[in-house]
Design a protein around this ligand. Structure first.
Ligand SMILES: Cc1cc2nc3c(=O)[nH]c(=O)nc-3n(C[C@H](O)[C@H](O)[C@H](O)COP(=O)(O)OP(=O)(O)OC[C@H]3O[C@@H](n4cnc5c(N)ncnc54)[C@H](O)[C@@H]3O)c2cc1C
Length: 578
C-alpha cells in the first residue's frame, strides 16, 4: 500500500469518549465546580451550545433528563435543508441562512453524516411547472455562494418520469422537477456533536434532570439537578444557565418565576416503509393543502412525513393516532400505482416542533425562526429554529451569555470545527476494500460503519478484533452489528436498552417487529458492559416491550387523548429506576 492508499493515521481522542467514566467525572464537576455555563437539554440545540461555549474556552456542562437526542432531535424528517416551502411564506432570510448551513455541513463540518438527497417534484399543469420551477430556481440560486456542492434542478417530461418513477400512477403528473438537498441521521449527528463538545472540554451527563433553579442577588445562579440513575440531587453553580429544552422551555422559565408561554408544541409523525414497496429512484415531494409531504430515502426504507398539529399532552413520547397515519397514507396513495396499506408500515415515529408561538391558528403557518431571550439575569433561553440552523442558534445563544456575564469572549468559530468522525472520512471512503480486508469484515459492513461513525470506524473495528462474535448482525434483516451495541455503551453514553434500540441504531423503526425480537440480545450485551444482573436485564426488556405495545395500541386510536393515555401508562424507563 502506498501513502495515497494507506488509511489515514488514526487519531484517538480519549476526552471524546462518553462512557461511564465521563459520566462520573461530569457528575463530580456538576457538584464541585462553578461552571461558566450550564446547558439544560442534549438535543441538537443544547449540544450545539455546549460545543460553541467550549470552543470559545468556557467551562460548560450539559444535563439531559433522558438520553442524547431523545426529544425532537431524533424524530425529525432528517432533512438538512433551506425548506422550499418557507420561500412561499417569504421567509427568505431563514432559507438563505439554512442553505448556507447545509453547504457547510455537507462540505466541512459533517460530510460523514450529511449526504445529498434528490427529490422529484411532480407537476400537473404548465403554470405549476413555471411557478415551482421559479421557486426551485431561486432555492438553487440562494445556495450558490461558494463552491457548488449539489447539482442544479432540472425538468423531466412525463415519459421520463414514468420511467424513473414507476410508483407514480398514470395521470398523477405531467412531468416533474428534480432538485437536490441533504439528509442526516439526526440522532447520530447529536452523538457526534456531543463527542466533539466533550473533546473540547464539555461535560455531558445524561439521565440528569433539572428540577429547580437557584438565585442569588436577583440572578439565576445555578440549578438543582436530580440524577435519575442514583436518585441523588446536586446543587450546580454557574455563571449562566442556558435553557435549550425545546418544547419544555416554558417549564424551565417557570422555575425562574417567568409565566409567559413562548413555545407551542406541534406534532409531526412519520411512517417508515420498506424500500421495495415504493418503486422510485429518488425521494418525492408532494404539495398538500397546508404544507408538503415528503417520501425520503433512508437506507433500505422510505420515511413518509409529515403532519403538523397542536399537541398539549405528554411531551416525552407524543403518540401517532390512526387518524394521523390514515392522513399520510391517503395523501400518498392519491399518486401511487400500488396503494399502501397499514400492513406496509414497518415503523412509526413522532416528534414535537418547538415553535415560537405566533398569530396563526395553524402550526404549519408559524415561523421556523429562532429567538434568544434573557428574561432574568443568569438565564438565557433559546427557542424555535430548525435542526439545520442549530449552529447559528448556538452561536446567538452564547453571544447572549457573553452579554449576560459581561465577558470578553472571542466570536464563535464553530464553522471551522468539523464534527468528530469527519476528519479522515473522505480518505477512508476511498479505501473500503482495503479496510474490509484488513479487518476481516465485508465491504458492505465498512460502508455501513463509515456512514455512521466516519473515521471513528476504528473504535468499532477494534471491538470486533477483540471478539469476532461482535461482527454478527443483531437482526439478520438490518445492517446493525453486535459491536455497535458495545460501542454505544463504551463510547456514546447509552445507559438503557431503548437508547440503543431507538437512537444508537434504528431497530425500533426499521425492524417489522420494532426491535422486540432483538431486545433480549441487546440487553444481554449491555449487561456485560454495565454490570446488570438478570433482574435488571428483565426489567429493561419488559419496559421496552411495554413501550412498543403502547405505541402499537396508540396507532389504533382516533384521538390524541386516548392515544396519549396508552403511552403515559408505560412511563419513562429512567423514571422507573427511582
Ligand atoms: C416532525 C418534525 C420534523 C422536522 N423536520 C426537520 C427537518 O427535516 N429539518 C430541520 O432542519 N428541522 C426539522 N425539524 C425541527 C428540528 O427537529 C428541531 O428544531 C430540533 O430537533 C429541536 O432541537 P432541540 O435541541 O431544540 O430540542 P430537543 O431535541 O427536544 O431537545 C430538548 C432536550 O431537553 C431535555 N430536557 C427537557 N427538560 C429538561 C430538564 N428539566 N432537565 C434536563 N433536560 C431536559 C429533553 O429531554 C430534550 O432531550 C422537525 C421537527 C419535527 C417535530
Amino acid at each position: 500500500m502506498d501513502e495515497e492508499t494507506n488509511p489515514p493515521i488514526r487519531q484517538d481522542y480519549p476526552e471524546s469518549i462518553l462512557g461511564s467514566q465521563h459520566r462520573r467525572e461530569a457528575i463530580r464537576r456538576l457538584s464541585e465546580e462553578r461552571l461558566d455555563v450550564l446547558v439544560i437539554g442534549a438535543g441538537v440545540t443544547g449540544i450545539g451550545c455546549a460545543l460553541d461555549a467550549a470552543s470559545r474556552g468556557m467551562s460548560v456542562a450539559v444535563v439531559e433528563q433522558h438520553d442524547l437526542a431523545s426529544g425532537t432531535s431524533s424524530r425529525s424528517s432528517k432533512l438538512i435543508h433551506g425548506g422550499l416551502r418557507y420561500l412561499e411564506q417569504f421567509q427568505f432570510g431563514l432559507v438563505k441562512e439554512a442553505l448556507a448551513e447545509r453547504n457547510l455541513l455537507l462540505s466541512r463540518l459533517a460530510p460523514h453524516l450529511v449526504t445529498r438527497v434528490d427529490f422529484l417534484y411532480p407537476v400537473q399543469r404548465l403554470w405549476e411547472r413555471l411557478y415551482a420551477g421559479l421557486g426551485i430556481g431561486l432555492y438553487d440560486l440562494m445556495a450558490s455562494r461558494g463552491p457548488r456542492l449539489l447539482p442544479r434542478h432540472h425538468h423531466l417530461g412525463r415519459r421520463r418520469v414514468a420511467r424513473d418513477a414507476p410508483a407514480l400512477k398514470d395521470g398523477s403528473h405531467k412531468g416533474a422537477i428534480v432538485y437536490s438537498d441533504a439528509l442526516v441521521d439526526d440522532a447520530r449527528f447529536v452523538i457526534s456533536a456531543a463527542r466533539t463538545a466533550a473533546k473540547l472540554g464539555a461535560s455531558i451527563a445524561t439521565s440528569t434532570r433539572v428540577v429547580g433553579l437557584s438565585r442569588s442577588n436577583d440572578r439565576v445562579s445555578g440549578a438543582t439537578v436530580r440524577c435519575l440513575e442514583s436518585g441523588r440531587e446536586l446543587q450546580v453553580s454557574c455563571g449562566t444557565v442556558v435553557n435549550a429544552t425545546g418544547v419544555w422551555s416554558d417549564d424551565i422559565e417557570a422555575y425562574a418565576g417567568e409565566s409567559n408561554s413562548r413555545v407551542r408544541a406541534s406534532k409531526g409523525i412519520h411512517l417508515v416503509i420498506h424500500k421495495h414497496r415504493i418503486n422510485l429512484e429518488s425521494g418525492l415531494i408532494l404539495r398538500t393543502t397546508d404544507s408538503v409531504l415528503f417520501v425520503i430515502p433512508s437506507g433500505s426504507h422510505w420515511i413518509v412525513g409529515t403532519t403538523d398539529s397542536d399537541w398539549h399532552l405528554n411531551r416525552s413520547h407524543p403518540a401517532a393516532t390512526h387518524r394521523d397515519i390514515t392522513y399520510l397514507l391517503g395523501t400518498l396513495n392519491e399518486v401511487l400505482t400500488h396503494p399502501l396499506t397499514t400492513d406496509d408500515i414497518v415503523g412509526v415515529y413522532v416528534g414535537l416542533r418547538p415553535l415560537l408561538d405566533g398569530d396563526s391558528d395553524k402550526t404549519s403557518k408559524l415561523s421556523r425562526e429562532h429567538a434568544v431571550t434573557t428574561s432574568v439575569g443568569g438565564l438565557v433561553s433559546i427557542a424555535g429554529g430548525k435542526y439545520t440552523t442549530y449552529r447559528v442558534m448556538a452561536a446567538d445563544t452564547i453571544n447572549a451569555v457573553r452579554i449576560d456575564q459581561g465577558l470578553d469572549l472571542p466570536e464563535s468559530s464553530t464553522d471551522q470545527v468539523p464534527l468528530l468522525g469527519s476528519e479522515g472520512y473522505i480518505k477512508l471512503r476511498a479505501q473500503i476494500g482495503e479496510i474490509a480486508e484488513m479487518s476481516g469484515v465485508l465491504p458492505a459492513t465498512v460502508d455501513h460503519l463509515l456512514s455512521r461513525q466516519g473515521d471513528r470506524i476504528y473504535e468499532v473495528l477494534d471491538l470486533i478484533k477483540e471478539d469476532i462474535s461482535l461482527a454478527e448482525l443483531i437482526d439478520p434483516r438490518l445492517p446493525y452489528l453486535r459491536a455497535e451495541v458495545v460501542h454505544a455503551v463504551r463510547f456514546e453514553a447509552a445507559l438503557h436498552l431503548e437508547d440503543v434500540l431507538t437512537r444508537r441504531t434504528r431497530l425500533s423503526i426499521e425492524s417489522p417487529d420494532r426491535g422486540t425480537n432483538s431486545a433480549l440480545q441487546v440487553a444481554e450485551l449491555m449487561a456485560r458492559e454495565l454490570n446488570w444482573d438478570q433482574k435488571r436485564v428483565d426489567s429493561e426488556v419488559a419496559h421496552y416491550l411495554d413501550r412498543v405495545a403502547a405505541e402499537r395500541a396508540s396507532n389504533e386510536q382516533f384521538d390524541d387523548e386516548t392515544a396519549d393515555a396508552q403511552r403515559v401508562a408505560v412511563g419513562e424507563v429512567r423514571d422507573n429506576f427511582n
